[in-house]
Design a protein around this ligand. Structure first.
Ligand code: G3H
Ligand code: ZN
Length: 279
C-alpha cells in the first residue's frame, strides 16, 4: 500500500501491555463508521483499532473496497489507528490480511472441536508470523454470535494455556461473561476468572461483546488483563437511533447526508465515551 504508514497492531498493543492499559477496537461496517471512530479517537487523543469482520466483508461482497477505505482513513488520522480483521473463520481470508494493508487478524475457530481449532489456528499463526501479522484467536464461544447464544460459556484456564502453547498466537479472546450484540450494558464479568486466565495464558486477553458491559466493569477488565476491548453493537445502536429520529422528525427528507451526518456524530460520541472509560 502507498501513502503514510499505518500503525502496526503489535507496536500499539505491546505499548498498551507495557503501560497496563487496554486499546479499544471498534467494528467498521460503513465508511462512516471508520470516520466516526477516528474522529472520536482524535478528540480523545487515544490510539484505536478499526476492525473489519467477516460478516461486514460479506455485506460488502468482498474485502477490497471497504479495506482500502479503512487504510485511507487510518493514513489520514492524527492518532495511531490500527487495522484488524475480526472473527475470520475462513483461513484463506485470514491469509489476505497483509495484502489488504492490515496488520492483525482474529482467526475464529471457536466453534470447531478443540483439536481442529488448534490445527487450523496454528496453520494461520505460522503464516501470520512469517508475514509480520499479529494474530488473536478464540477459545470458548463468546455467547450470542450468529445464534450461538451462550452467555454461560466460560474459557477454562488450563485449556487456554494448552491452546496458546500449541498454536503460538499473540493474544487470546476468552469467554468471561460478555455476550455479543447486547443493546444494554447489563453483562456481569467474571473478574476472578479474568485474573486466572491472565496468569495461566501469559498473553494479552481480548474481550468481545463489550457493548453489553457496564463502564465500571470495562475499566476493571482493562486493569485485570484485557488488552483489546471489542465494541460493535453500541455504535450501531447510536447510528440507527440517530437515523430513526432524524427521519421521524422530517418526512420530506431525501438527502442521506442529512441523516447520516448526525448518525456519524452519534457514533463518534460513543467512541469518545468508551475511550474515556478506558483511559
Ligand atoms: O468482535 C466484535 C465484538 O466482539 C463486538 O461485540 O457488538 O457485542 O460490542 P458487540
Ligand atoms: Zn467478537
Amino acid at each position: 500500500m502507498n501513502g503514510v504508514p499505518v500503525a502496526h497492531s503489535r507496536t500499539v498493543l505491546d505499548r498498551a501491555v507495557a503501560e497496563s492499559r487496554a486499546v479499544a477496537a471498534f467494528n467498521v461496517i460503513t465508511l462512516e463508521h471508520a470516520e466516526a471512530i477516528v474522529a472520536g479517537a482524535e478528540k480523545a487523543g487515544s490510539p484505536v483499532i478499526l476492525q473489519l469482520s467477516e460478516n461486514a466483508i460479506r455485506f460488502h461482497a468482498g474485502p477490497r473496497a471497504i479495506a482500502a477505505a479503512m487504510v485511507a482513513v487510518a493514513q489520514d488520522a492524527s492518532v495511531d489507528v490500527v487495522l484488524h480483521l475480526d472473527h475470520i473463520t475462513d483461513p484463506e481470508l485470514a491469509l489476505r490480511t497483509a495484502e489488504l494493508g492490515f496488520s492483525s487478524v482474529m482467526f475464529d475457530g471457536a466453534i470447531l472441536p478443540f483439536d481442529e481449532n488448534v490445527a487450523e489456528t496454528r496453520r494461520v499463526a505460522e503464516w501470520c508470523h512469517a508475514n509480520d501479522i499479529w494474530i488473536e484467536a478464540e477459545l470458548g464461544e463468546v455467547g450470542g454470535k450468529d445464534g450461538a447464544h451462550a452467555p454461560g460459556v466460560r474459557t477454562d484456564p488450563a485449556e487456554a494455556a494448552e491452546f496458546v502453547a500449541a498454536t503460538g498466537v499473540d493474544a487470546l479472546a476468552v469467554a468471561v461473561g460478555s455476550s455479543h450484540a447486547m443493546t444494554e450494558k447489563s453483562a456481569a464479568l467474571d473478574h476472578e476468572l479474568i485474573g486466572r486466565l491472565r496468569a495461566s495464558v501469559g498473553l494479552p486477553l481480548v474481550l468481545h461483546g463489550s457493548s453489553g458491559v457496564p463502564d465500571h466493569e470495562l475499566a476493571e477488565a482493562a486493569r485485570s488483563g484485557m488488552v483489546k476491548i471489542n465494541i460493535g453493537t453500541a455504535l450501531n445502536v447510536a447510528f440507527t437511533g440517530a437515523v430513526r429520529s432524524r427521519l421521524d422528525t422530517d418526512a420530506t427528507l431525501v438527502d442521506p447526508r442529512r441523516y447520516i451526518s448526525p448518525a456519524r456524530d452519534a457514533m463518534a460520541e460513543v467512541v469518545g465515551h468508551a475511550l474515556k472509560v478506558l483511559a
